[in-house]
Ligand binder design. Sequence first.
Ligand code: HEM
Length: 422
Amino acid sequence: MQARTVTETEKVKEFRHRIREEGLIFWERPDVLAILDPQTAQRVEALNYADLTMFDDVADVLRGRESAPFNWNKLRQGWLGQMRHLNDTDGLRAIAGRMDAILAAEAGREQDLLWLGERVAVEPLIPAIIDGLGPVDRRWVVSEVFSKIAWFLSDVDDGRVSSWHKPKMITLQVLAGLAVRRELKGRLSGRRPRRKDLTDPVVDMIPTLGLGRAVDAVTSLLTAVTGSPGAAAACLLFELDHNPEWRAKMEAELGAIPLDEFCTSPTRLAPITGRFVKEVLRIWSTPPVVVREVRTDLEHGDVCLKKGQQYVLSSYMLHHGEQDWGNADVFDPDRWLAEARRSGQCPHGSYVPFGWAPKSCIGANLGMAQMMLLAHFVCTRYALRVPEHGRGSMAVASLVRPRDFRGAIVRRDGTTQGANAA
Ligand code: HEM
């Protein structure tokens, strides 16, 4: 394994310092409690989100009336039900096909591998969220999602966005919202067909949810995939480049499993790759820090929070806590071997790459499967070429991702290079 340079924001550095000085729970600012103890984080999240009633529809607020109460859990249940189709063998084959199309088109072109990771993870998810859009509406939705991603990445990356990015992003938000609205109305009226995407369960809820909140629900799905999946994919590429011995093991494992078969059960069929992916999601967990509004007065042990205050959680700090993880800063997929886990590694509650219940990621299984698929592609059909091998560093900012990580993916059969090849 090669040494990696990691740049952490001042906030993360401060957390590390204050944990040493004050322990795992401290007032970060007068009204903001940092909760970096795994069990307390779990409990406080459960208490804070015990009532998941959605906010009123903006249209109702403007008319001065209350919307019918609607529980967010109903939406989650609808999405989780649909996830079973998206994550089954056919669903994964469809996603794999879309990922392959992007990799094939980009093969041979030297580029920013962070952006390629974003594209190969996020673009294939958009039809899983909302399928069947016409070309113009699809373009608005894709552009809106990627304008948000560029915005997040501009926190520490110079040159990601231009000075007019924000107005453009807001315009795209409006256009994408209208595209979602048209699709929802079309399906509700029967003019457009029902589909096996995450928008579909929302259609049946429109009579109680209202069209405005239905649009918000679908756009919240689009927003949810702008943070973690692409950053995680780029981190996977980064670790493959930095760990040639693991890449060799994965090439041997994955080379023996044809893609079609792999889609039947990726993690079961490829345990070595599964450990690698789990370790990527541990060491580079995104978003590293989340800030929560306290929704209701709550108490747990010594923690006492009042509505209106805030608390901060950090999966990144939990995943790097020396009390729970031996050599926490070392990339070691073998810590996920059953023997290591039995000896107290990876304790329950300290591994939260998909967040905390009851607001944890609804796409955890699909996200995991997609990481496995990316590993399969880059270890079999394609190869990663980083001219300055081991180059790049990691940035722990609003997202955790590689920086200055340029290179290309190339086809192993050396035949067709992508349409965009230089
Ligand atoms: C490796 C891939 C992924 C990672 C690491 C990841 C991580 C996360 C995390 C950490 C959260 C909680 C954020 C918070 O607490 O504020 C979250 C929430 C969420 N994720 Fe993912 N995610 C991934 C893939 C996906 C996919 C594929 C989908 C859907 C297609 C998805 C949809 C969502 C949604 C809708 C939420 C919000 C849930 C709620 O508010 O009830 N994620 N994700």
